[in-house]
Design a protein around this ligand. Structure first.
Ligand SMILES: NC(=O)c1ccc[n+]([C@@H]2O[C@H](COP(=O)([O-])OP(=O)(O)OC[C@H]3O[C@@H](n4cnc5c(N)ncnc54)[C@H](OP(=O)(O)O)[C@@H]3O)[C@@H](O)[C@H]2O)c1
Length: 346
């Protein structure tokens, strides 16, 4: 396993993180615990949770696993969770208000069975709550010892810049990470969101690194998603979900390019897709998702794998996001090229 700084903080995280969205739904408790065991045995240290995963059951499963661990393992764990989405039917059971976040954070701490979490992430922007209110609650929570660091998730460029600017202006806790959707089939964040992270020193924690399964190679033009799989269960996640140029051909071209590199290297397609993402500029840690222990073990095999410049160039070209309309057209293309410095590992 390799390690990096969590954004511009002094905390050190494994470049692969353990996602827990499947815990309590696709993965039962025994499977979830075996995934956590395997992740820590492989040297991983960052667990990504959320209050809404499996309606809170995911955090309870993590809490029961933590309770069984030795002090040595517990001291290695960096625990991240999130709050913002709806947790009940009352008007204040949602959002980034002080009122809701206080309830959400304390419910997460209770389910996880801990006194504090390392990274508390706001799960999305809330147009109704002033950023000063959210930040002042988070700042108080850092001082109270309930959280160590603050992160964002699913923010646009302007939303990120606004909240970082307010934090600086008011001397409130400054976010250190952004958790966005990012994978070889979804690179649109490179237009504005990655540059916003780089300019502000936020580390990226990409989610859905395998496009929910598309980049594992288990689906082909002939074998479409079906049965008990994430994509088979959700008709909205068909190949068209990553259609970026009015046709699904780009999706298949990306899958073909990943397959060809995996074949030459005798590694799996998932490992190639994960290795590409780990070495993208600004990435701190890529969040793995798995239904089974076997899938997780395969994905953990990406630790320490680095693609050559030629292999990355092949994948970059096949997956290049379609040139968008103004203001991301001609000027945006030039700026994107200038704003993406070389990755950590040439
Ligand atoms: N902040 C946010 O809004 C947000 C949103 C989504 C996720 N997340 C975080 O990111 C984590 C990862 O996201 P994700 O689950 O969408 O990641 P993903 O890697 O894109 O998809 C994971 C799914 O792909 C399939 N899969 C994974 N590895 C495989 C392999 N080696 N072979 C075959 N199939 C494989 C499994 O589904 P099947 O077996 O069902 O096909 C698995 O559940 C989540 O656990 C969560 O912590 C955050």
């Amino acid at each position: 396993m390799e390690y990096r700084r969590l954004g511009s903080s002094g905390a050190i995280v494994s470049t692969l993180a353990m996602g827990t969205m499947t815990f309590g739904t696709e993965s039962d408790e025994a499977t979830s615990h075996s995934q956590l065991d395997a992740f820590f045995a492989a040297g991983g240290n960052l667990i990504d949770a959320a209050d809404v995963y499996s309606g809170g059951v995911s955090e309870e499963i993590i809490g029961r696993w933590l309770a069984r661990q030795s002090g040595e393992v517990r001291s290695r764990v960096l625990l991240a969770t999130k709050g913002r989405f709806r947790t009940g039917s009352a008007p204040n059971d949602v959002g980034l208000s002080r009122r809701h976040l206080r309830a959400a954070l304390h419910a997460s701490l209770r389910r996880l069975g801990v006194d504090s979490v390392d990274l508390y992430q706001v799960h999305a922007h809330d147009p109704l709550t002033p950023p000063e209110e959210t930040l002042s609650f988070l700042d108080d929570s850092v001082r109270a010892g309930d959280i160590a660091y603050v992160g964002l998730s699913n923010y646009t460029g302007w939303q990120l810049q606004q909240i970082v600017g307010v934090a600086e202006l008011r001397s409130l806790v400054r976010p250190i990470t952004l958790q966005p959707q990012y994978n070889l089939l979804a690179r649109e964040i490179e237009w504005e969101i990655v540059p916003a992270c780089l300019a502000n020193g936020l580390g990226l924690l990409p989610w859905s690194p395998l496009g929910g399964g598309w980049l594992t190679g288990k689906y082909t033009r002939e074998t479409r998603p079906s049965g008990a799989t994430r994509l088979g269960e959700n008709p909205n996640r068909g190949v068209e979900a990553y259609d970026r140029r009015g046709s699904v051909e780009r999706t298949w071209a990306v899958i073909d390019a990943v397959s060809s590199i995996a074949g030459h290297r005798a590694v799996s397609m998932a490992q190639v897709a994960l290795a590409w993402l780990v070495d993208r500029p600004g990435v701190s840690s890529v969040i793995l998702g798995a239904r089974t222990l076997e899938q997780l073990n395969e994905n953990l095999g990406a630790a320490g794998l680095h693609l050559t410049a030629d292999e990355r160039a092949t994948l970059d070209t096949a997956s290049d996001p379609a040139p968008a309309d103004y203001p991301y057209g001609t000027a945006g293309t030039e700026q994107r090229a200038r704003s993406l410095p070389p990755p950590h590992h040439p």
